[in-house]
Write a protein that binds this ligand. Structure first.
Ligand code: FAD
Ligand code: 2HG
Ligand code: ZN
Length: 468
């Protein structure tokens, strides 16, 4: 018997909602607009659309049953984890009114297999909880990003998230040993055994990594952990130009053991962070470009870093170093808080791109001209993961639906041999430009894979492949 709460403001619930309440529990089917609202707009505020209802299954068999019942009714499904994605892939598009399947209750967290350095984790577990579980067991989970308290493991698998330590550990893909997922016909595929060697044909788990919810709903993941690296040093260097940051980062990779992060930002972004977060300036004078590096090891890694810094012979006002946790966190804040500081200016156009490392300084120079040509009154803030050739081009000013600046920047990226998405994915934001980064033959294979796994196009319609 359904309770009174199950009658929405707009009248009785649709039959599908009643059916699904029997599967996941009444409190996990949200039909009323004010309950749905937090799930219907993305983190940036740029992408939004109404959902028919939000459904929160608590186990894999519930996910499968929800998928089957939605299929019977011909209702599309949008999958959402922590809703921290930056390309609009986890929220409904206007006019579609899908069922929004939230994974936040898939919070299985198994014991760490300390001998193998592995664990199985539910798709709805946040990155922060996964990192804590790994730390408690004497291991580390090495993918890290500023949205760690909300971003989920399922979302990170679906987007192949990168983050701050790719230079040493690779992106999410490199940590995934196997995936359990529900396919569009409601069947479950599962590779959670944790075998280090398993050459038995197509790797379906890796196919799902980076598929952005278009091929299957990830319900659990077998994760590879890394040995813990408790001794850390962070250095922030002020340098004359981007090209210097590229050069010093390359020298660090060659010479300094345990380089975990090499990040880039500029004076305008730093000013914005300092103002927004109320932080003191990190150095006694300003620099055109800043390189932030972190090294970590079982033993103190600072010696190699200090040798390199001595060779660079930088002025005193160009270097800040910290080894204690509070000091390291203070230096990291100048880099990590860029995203929230930019959001305080307005709704950004986020263009997460990569270019070959030897073209990065030239790209940084040219993108200023391209943005001021396409959107003369806009504010441009650049920063990124220099070790990965990954720049975050943030443009605030153009209306949400004016894509002139997006088009100009992404074409510049393609002309320079780069990728239109380095780590955030394609989502809805960049689907129309996918052909700038993938050939027609590749797109044909991708469409064939989509057709094989989701022939009716019910999972995340419009995401990644557009209207394929
Ligand atoms: P959501 O936003 O909920 O969804 C993202 C995509 O994955 C959608 O297409 C959705 O449909 C799909 N999806 C979600 N869960 C599942 C599932 N279980 N099965 C199938 N598909 C699913 N990203 C980086 O790569 N590097 C960074 O450094 C970084 N830093 C960030 C900092 C901030 C402050 C913020 C707000 C975001 C940052 N991001 C970064 C982006 C974001 O955190 C990642 O893309 C993250 O992987 C998204 O996880 P989520 O759980 O929030 O996914
Ligand atoms: C980061 O590196 C994230 O901090 C977010 O990928 C990038 O806000 C952005 O553009
Ligand atoms: Zn990033």
């Amino acid at each position: 018997m359904l309770g009174a709460g199950f009658v929405g403001k707009d009248g009785p619930m649709p039959d599908l909602a009643r059916d699904l309440a029997a599967v996941v529990g009444e409190t996990n089917v949200l039909v009323e607009p004010d309950l749905r609202a937090p799930f219907e707009t993305d983190w940036t505020g740029r992408f939004h659309g109404p959902a028919l209802m939000v459904v929160r299954p608590g186990a894999t068999d519930e996910v499968a049953e929800v998928v089957r019942r939605a299929a019977d009714e011909g209702v599309p499904i949008v999958v959402q984890g922590g809703n921290t994605g930056l390309v609009g892939g986890g929220v409904p598009a206007p006019g579609v009114a899908p069922l929004l399947l939230s994974t936040v209750r898939l919070t299985r967290l198994d014991q760490v297999d300390t001998a193998a350095g592995q664990l199985t984790v539910g798709a709805g577990v946040t990155l922060g909880r996964l990192q804590e579980a790994a730390d408690r067991a004497g291991w580390t989970f090495p993918v890290d990003l500023a949205a760690r308290d909300s971003a989920t493991v399922g979302g990170m698998v679906a987007t192949n998230a990168g983050g701050l330590k790719v230079v040493r550990y690779g992106p999410m893909r490199s940590q995934v040993l196997g995936v359990e997922a529900v396919l569009a016909n409601g069947t479950v595929i599962s590779r959670l055994g944790g075998l280090m060697k398993d050459n038995t044909g197509y790797d379906l788990s890796q196919l799902l990594v980076g598929s952005e919810g278009t091929l299957g709903i990830v319900t659990a993941v077998r994760i590879r952990l890394a040995p813990s690296q408790p001794e850390k040093v962070v250095a922030l260097l002020g340098l004359p130009a981007t090209a210097d940051c590229v050069e010093v980062a390359a020298a660090m990779r060659r010479r300094v053991e345990g380089l975990e992060a090499a990040e880039l930002f500029f004076q305008d972004g730093l000013d914005l962070v300092v103002r927004h977060a109320g932080l003191p300036a990190p150095m006694s004078r300003e620099w055109p470009a800043y390189l932030l590096v972190e090294c970590a090891g079982a033993a103190d890694p600072s010696e190699g870093l200090f040798e390199l810094l001595a060779d660079l012979d930088l002025p005193e006002a160009a270097t800040a170093v910290a080894t204690d946790p509070a000091g390291r966190q203070r230096l990291w804040a100048y880099r990590e808080r860029h995203t929230e500081a930019i959001a305080s200016l307005g709704v950004p156009h986020k263009l997460d791109v990569s270019v070959p490392l030897d073209a990065l300084a030239d790209f940084e120079r040219r993108v200023h001209g391209v943005v001021s040509g396409a959107a003369p009154a806009a504010t441009l803030v650049l920063f990124g993961h220099i070790g990965d050739g990954n720049l975050h081009v943030n443009v605030v000013g153009p209306p949400d639906d004016n894509e002139t600046v997006d088009d100009s920047v992404l074409r510049l990226v393609a002309d320079m041999g780069g990728s239109i998405s380095a780590e955030h994915g394609v989502g809805r934001a960049k689907a129309r430009w996918l052909s700038l980064s993938r050939t027609e033959s590749e797109l044909a294979v991708m469409r064939a894979v989509k057709t094989a796994l989701d022939p009716s196009g019910r999972f995340n319609p419009g995401v990644l492949l557009g209207d394929w």
